[in-house]
Structures are given as structure tokens and as C-alpha cells.
Write a protein that binds this ligand. Structure first.
Ligand SMILES: [Zn+2]
Length: 244
């Protein structure tokens, strides 16, 4: 991962608020859908706008690599994939974030290794103009594209990956857990976050301190906190994913 807090801080956090993770074995027996959150250039590709890594970022690269692997496996098995693409109208800002992923720009496109999803019959792509993809899935008539995807594919379990662990991945995960608990997402039962296929942006303390406008956001710490909160809401956290 990129520059980050001193390892003792991360170790301390991992001891104080441990994340319970376990390996996940996927099989045909339980219908599983893959949810890719914001694997777009504007968050993942070096130099691609305000919210993309400024330089090579090991955490983000690993997240993309793991997500691509999962997407290929799901596509090979003809299992359903749902991909969110952050995508904003230039006149509608998303505070506190600077302009990013403007509609029609390269930033709002899937990363090069996932562009094939645009033509994959297993994939449903959804542009979203907000942080929480579940909210972003609502249409004007009150229907919800994500709910329809779960129901039409009879999905019992979703595996969530992407960026950012503590922002878009977390908000979406929390929303679908609440929606599931209220019976809106039947037959969905399990919500699982793939920890290695998630990452978040890195804004180390020393960088934030040098500017009055920035707030620190150390990648490894915030990734951990994101997983911890998702788990606390009822998600399972997969340490690794394998296929039967
Ligand atoms: Zn956005």
C-alpha cells in the first residue's frame, strides 16, 4: 500500500478493533452475485483526475487486480455481475469531494482491465450519481435497478468489492443490509465484503498537515475501519475467495 501511518498504529488498531475474516469458498450451490463498486479510472488509474492515485499505489493496484480476477471467474461461470460506475453531471457537485468522474469522461469509464464488462452478457452496469450505490440504483418511478437484479437472478449472496472500503463500498453494504433486513431484497441472505478486493484512497497525515484544506485519511487504517464497520452492520468479511 502507499505511504501510510506507522505500522505500530495499524497494529494497535487491529488489536483494539479486530476484523473477523474467514476464507470464502464459492460453489454452484448458493447463487452468488458479484458487485463491483467504482472500478473506474477516476478512482483507480494513476493521474486520472482529483480522486485518482497521484502515483502508483500498491493498495489500489492490488484491489483492481483482485477484482478483475473475481470478475473473470464470475463471467466464466456465467454468474451475475453488477458494476457501479461513479458518474457526475458537471453542474451537480458532490461535497466534500472535488469534481470527479464527470459523465462521458474517461474518469467515469471502467478501468482498462474491466472494459470487457461493457459487452458481457452476465454484467449489469449502473452509473450512479451519489456515494451509496443502493440509493443510486433508484429510478424516478421508485423502482430500483439493484433490487431488480437481485430478484431476477434469484441471488442468495452478494460478494462486494471495489473502492473505497470506508466510503462507497461501506455505504452500499450498510444500505443493502438494512434493505435485506426489511425484506426488500428477498431472496438475498448473505452480504460478503472481499477484503483483498477492496481498498481506499491514501492521504497521509504529513500531507494533510501541509494544507489547511485537507483531512488525513491513511489508507491501511481507513481500509481496516471500513471493514470493521461493515462487519459490525452484519456483513461477512472474506479474507480470500476461492471457487469449487
Ligand atoms: Zn462521486
Amino acid at each position: 500500500m502507499g505511504s501510510q501511518s506507522s505500522p505500530p498504529t495499524l497494529e494497535f488498531l487491529k488489536e483494539e478493533i479486530p476484523v473477523k475474516q474467514q476464507p470464502l469458498l464459492l460453489s454452484q450451490n448458493i447463487k452468488t452475485g458479484l458487485v463491483l463498486v467504482d472500478l473506474v479510472n477516476g478512482f483507480c488509474t494513476v493521474g486520472s483526475g482529483h480522486l485518482a492515485p497521484k502515483e502508483e499505489d500498491e493498495g489500489v493496484s492490488k484491489m483492481v487486480e483482485e477484482s478483475v480476477k473475481l470478475a473473470k471467474k464470475f463471467a466464466d461461470n456465467n454468474w451475475p455481475i453488477f458494476a457501479f460506475l461513479d458518474s457526475h453531471h458537471p453542474d451537480i457537485p458532490e461535497p466534500p469531494y472535488p469534481p470527479h468522474c464527470l459523465v462521458g469522461s474517461d474518469e467515469a469509464k471502467l478501468v482498462p482491465d474491466l472494459l470487457w464488462l461493457e459487452n458481457d452478457p452476465n454484467a449489469t452496469l449502473r452509473s450512479k450519481e451519489c456515494i451509496d450505490g443502493f440509493i443510486g440504483s433508484y429510478e424516478k418511478d421508485g423502482s430500483n435497478v439493484f433490487v431488480d437484479w437481485v430478484k431476477s437472478n434469484q441471488i442468495k449472496q452478494v460478494l462486494v468489492c471495489g473502492i473505497c472500503t470506508d466510503v462507497c463500498v461501506l455505504d452500499f453494504t450498510c444500505s443493502i443490509l438494512s434493505a435485506r433486513n426489511r425484506g426488500f431484497l428477498s431472496p438475498l441472505e448473505n452480504v460478503i465484503v472481499a477484503s483483498q478486493a477492496c481498498s481506499t484512497y491514501d492521504l497521509p497525515l504529513h500531507v494533510a498537515k501541509a494544507s489547511k484544506d485537507l483531512v488525513s485519511h491513511p489508507q491501511a487504517l481507513m481500509h481496516h475501519v471500513g471493514l470493521y464497520i461493515a462487519w459490525g452492520r452484519g456483513a461477512q468479511i472474506a479474507s480470500e475467495v476461492s471457487f469449487e
